[in-house]
Write a protein that binds this ligand. Structure first.
Ligand code: MN
Length: 486
């Protein structure tokens, strides 16, 4: 991510003379260099804009630079905002307005009008903010001294989201199956997703993958088996069953690379003609390497998973499914029949082989483990409301299993909902949230909300402040607003 660039653009004007402008440029460079040290991307001072033509020229550079994922703007002095109109209307990348200052405190003993004219971010930021509001740009505003750890954290978070947004435009999903028969919530408008989110979702017959599986050599399987043995505990004697999964993993990975760089994978337990097992261990290990995965034809979750994995640097993120409740404790046990990412493992996962009750295939090898704990995690769902996509974001707390579950043949997570069990579950259901989610203990709820805003989509947040009556009214208003927007 550090290879991606966010340009720092400072606003000013010629009114103050060369002296002040040279200070503005020097300060901006110093500030951008400092900020850069704390960002997941590279932050680079681009220029100080003093006229409409200069803004246009700068934005042209920003748009044309493939490596650039967004801009940070700041007004050291006053910058008359009409000069920003043309440029901002051309801007094709996310923008963060950093309401900051070169000086943290005022030099009370010496302050005079020269100081005031050179250091008037409070003044300039408002003029700039007006034109951004007038242009209805959905940008981010981060406030604070540029060395303040909280402000830097917020800015770093925004940079991560902007990088995720840029990555989203490159996401390609390879689906080896259509959606599961009769299932509603995993459906969606793929053309709309391509237009709004940049996701290219392509179908391939499972037979094409079967051909690839046939080309995998025993030597290649040996090498991946060695990798498995390092990362996982082999808790089965049925080595051939595990080798079969290794073969699947190599074939799927090669297929995705050969066909143009797919980063999301979709399959379906009912659509496995020519495969002996449902890919379990194979998909789990592929998720651990950054692939997004959606089960039962769920391409939305595969793509969302790939984007969030990128933002999370491939840690603590993957497919999850709300499975079964402990109503007494107010907990949910999340899992999937096989394909839970080992990024969620609180222990060294075990490779086990068990029968699978559905799908009529041979016993599949899978990773079994207890899930991690995390006081702050997020569950994210994307549903098609018929005229638009809705992003549903819920804060959850990952907790320890209250008791051992020795017969549970899968990886899993146990969590508490925000704001509490009753309202958390009700809000999710009222919003139409799916059973498939992407859960992350690394990407924050705020980051997903910001990402949804960058995508320009309806975002619904369920957190510690959610009140169910208010939430239901919000859904009604939101529905009307989004209908009007379309
Ligand atoms: Mn499922």
């Amino acid at each position: 991510m550090k290879e991606k660039v966010v340009y720092w653009l400072t606003g000013s004007q010629t009114l103050y003379g060369e002296d002040v402008l040279s200070h503005v440029a020097a300060h901006s460079e110093e500030m951008a260099d400092y900020v850069d040290r704390f960002m997941p991307v590279t932050v680079k001072y681009l220029t100080t804009c003093k006229s409409s033509d200069e803004v246009v020229e700068a934005i042209r550079k920003v748009n044309a630079d493939d490596n650039c994922i967004g801009i940070i703007t700041w007004c050291h002095t006053f910058s008359p905002a009409k000069m920003w109109i043309k440029g901002l209307k051309m801007l094709q990348k996310p923008m963060c307005h950093f309401a900051t200052q070169y000086n943290e405190r005022l030099p009370y003993a010496t302050i005079d009008m020269d100081f005031m004219n050179e250091n008037q971010a409070a003044h300039g930021d408002r003029e700039f903010g007006y034109i951004v509001a007038r242009l209805r740009m959905d940008n981010k505003v981060v406030v604070g001294y540029y060395k303040d750890p909280d402000a830097l954290k917020e800015l770093a978070s925004w940079c991560k989201v902007a990088a995720g947004y840029a990555f989203s435009k490159t996401v390609k999903v390879c689906r080896f199956s259509d959606n599961m028969r009769d299932v509603a919530v995993t459906e969606g408008d793929k053309v709309e997703a391509h237009i709004k989110l940049g996701w290219q979702v392509d179908y391939y017959p499972i037979g094409d993958l079967v051909d690839y599986i046939g080309t995998v050599s025993e030597k290649e399987v040996d090498a991946l088996m060695e990798e498995y043995e390092q990362k996982y505990t082999m808790a089965t004697k049925r080595v051939d069953v595990v080798r079969e999964q290794a073969r699947y993993e190599i074939a799927i990975d090669r297929f995705c690379k050969d066909k143009g760089g797919y980063v999301g994978i979709v399959d379906h337990f009912g659509s496995l003609h020519g495969l002996n097992q449902l890919p379990g261990l194979a998909i789990q290990d592929l998720q651990s390497k950054g692939y997004g995965f959606g089960a039962e034809g769920d391409w939305k979750i595969a793509a969302l998973g790939a984007v969030m994995q990128y933002m999370a640097d491939q840690k603590g993120t993957g497919l999850m499914e709300d499975y079964t409740y402990d109503l007494k404790e107010g907990l949910c046990l999340g899992a999937h029949m096989l394909e839970v990412s080992p990024q969620f493992a609180a222990m060294k996962p075990e490779i086990q082989v068990h029968p699978l009750g559905i799908g009529d295939k041979s016993d599949p090898a899978r990773l079994v483990f207890e899930g991690i704990m995390s006081p702050e995690a997020v569950a994210v769902s994307m549903v098609d409301m018929g005229d638009r996509m809705r992003l549903i974001v819920q804060k959850i707390e990952l907790v320890q299993y209250p008791q051992k579950m020795p017969n549970l043949p899968t990886g899993g997570l146990m969590w508490k909902y925000k704001p509490n069990f009753k309202e958390g579950v009700a809000a999710w259901i009222y919003a139409g949230g799916a059973h498939h989610t992407v859960v992350s203990s690394v990407v924050t709820a705020q980051e997903v909300v910001d990402l949804g805003n960058m995508w320009g989509m309806e975002v619904v947040l369920i957190d510690e402040n959610t009140k169910i009556d208010e939430f239901k009214r919000q859904l009604i208003w939101s529905d009307q607003i989004w209908k009007a927007k379309l």
